[in-house]
Structure formats: C-alpha cells, structure tokens
Write a new protein. Structure first.
Length: 71
C-alpha cells in the first residue's frame, strides 16, 4: 500500500497515511484538530541504494574513475 500525504484545510497540519489506492481521495480525519477537511497533496519520492546510479565510481572510463586524466 502506498503512503499518501494530506494537508488539513483548517489547521494546515500535514499527515501521512498508509492507504489503498482506491481510498486515496476519501476523506481523512486530521490528527491534530480532528476535522475531516483534509486534502491529499503531492508527495516527494525518495529512494536510496540498489540502482546503477548508486554504484561507486572507479576503474572504468568515467571521469576521475580512470581514463580522463584528472587525478
């Protein structure tokens, strides 16, 4: 299940919730003031490790990893 972020229209509190995609736009009570006047907001996505972009540089032809002459 994805995590969604909701902002309260009354107190501006930001809340995260683990919800089914089919329930993403359903009303949700604010953790701070209790009103159900919340709206889903755009979230930022972050990921760490595991991909080719996270591999350490060295050895193979990429600049300063060998082959370009900058040491």
């Amino acid at each position: 299940m994805p995590v969604y972020e909701y902002r309260c229209e009354e107190c501006e509190h930001l809340t995260e919730a683990l919800r089914r995609m089919s329930d993403a736009d359903d009303p949700m009570a604010c953790e701070k003031c209790g009103t159900d006047q919340t709206r889903r907001v755009q979230s930022l996505f972050a990921s760490t490790g595991g991909g080719a972009d996270s591999a350490p540089m060295g050895g193979g032809g990429s600049c300063c990893g060998g082959g370009c002459g900058c040491h």
